[in-house]
Design a protein around this ligand. Structure first.
Ligand SMILES: CCCCCCCCCCCC(=O)SCCNC(=O)CCNC(=O)[C@H](O)C(C)(C)COP(=O)(O)OP(=O)(O)OC[C@H]1O[C@@H](n2cnc3c(N)ncnc32)[C@H](O)[C@@H]1OP(=O)(O)O
Length: 209
């Protein structure tokens, strides 16, 4: 008999709030602040650009070789730290933090800002697809049989609001040989904004070594 868990299981990395994680949090602020500022801002954008380029030059000068970095990304905790949905090392990740539930599903809560905007005040449909593809992938991992996305069918029920708490869910439905069926949704204020049905095929690309 399995003992009931009191805490949900962490499936994705949590920011350490120091080192590269703190720098990435700051960079996320910069991305959102630039978009908020826009071309009409009184800020001295040439100076801003020079300072940002100086930061990038400094990072590039001290970065490991790409081959070594790829090995690091695909070993140990690195596996959940670099992706564009949950990764605390990835500036474009909102980030969404996913936990596994005892019923076999996964769930996370996130609010998206201006960088993820599509229609006015609402989330871009491609961003919703990104969040759901990854969440379905993590749901497969949680269920014990994972694979690569072969098909992802999305239904956009209603506009998904920016700046509001969104709940993102995923659940593996069936496994038939190498074919894995998974579904999920993004909800806001208890209403489904986007639902997804995915077909994944059990296949794993070799990890860099
Ligand atoms: C904690 C966090 C951890 C980490 C969690 C990380 C989560 C990450 C989630 C992100 C997921 C991604 O973005 S993955 C990246 C996006 N996806 C891709 O790049 C996939 C690109 N496509 C492929 O590599 C390939 O086409 C595959 C793997 C999908 C299938 O190729 P294959 O392996 O050669 O398989 P193949 O023999 O063709 O097909 C096997 C069976 O599947 C069927 N099949 C194949 N494709 C399809 C299809 N699109 N629609 C219907 N059926 C299909 C075939 O008919 C066949 O059925 P039968 O004859 O056996 O009946």
């Amino acid at each position: 008999m399995t003992a009931a868990r009191e805490q949900p299981l962490e499936l994705t990395a949590i920011s350490h709030n120091e080192g590269v994680d703190a720098a990435v949090s700051a960079a996320r602020r910069v991305i959102a602040s630039l978009l908020h500022a826009g071309d009409g801002s009184a800020a001295e954008m040439k100076e801003v650009a020079d300072r940002l380029n100086a930061v990038a030059d400094h990072l590039d000068e001290h970065a490991p070789a790409m081959d070594q970095r790829m090995v690091d990304m695909w070993s140990g905790e690195g596996i959940t730290r670099h992706d564009p949905v949950t990764g605390p090392e990835n500036t474009i990740a909102p980030p969404l933090h996913l936990t596994g539930k005892d019923d076999g599903s996964v769930e996370g809560v996130v609010a998206l800002g201006l960088p993820y905007q599509g229609p006015p005040g609402h989330v871009h449909g491609g961003i919703s697809a990104l969040l759901l593809d990854h969440t379905l992938g993590v749901a497969n991992h949680w269920a014990g049989q994972s694979g690569m996305t072969a098909e992802l069918t999305l239904r956009y029920h209603r506009p998904t609001p920016l700046f509001e708490q969104l709940t993102v869910t995923g659940e593996q439905i069936a496994v038939d040989g190498r074919k894995i069926r998974t579904r999920g949704a993004i909800t806001a204020r208890g209403e489904v904004c986007v639902s997804a049905d995915g077909l994944f095929i059990a296949k794993h690309l070799p990890r860099p070594r």
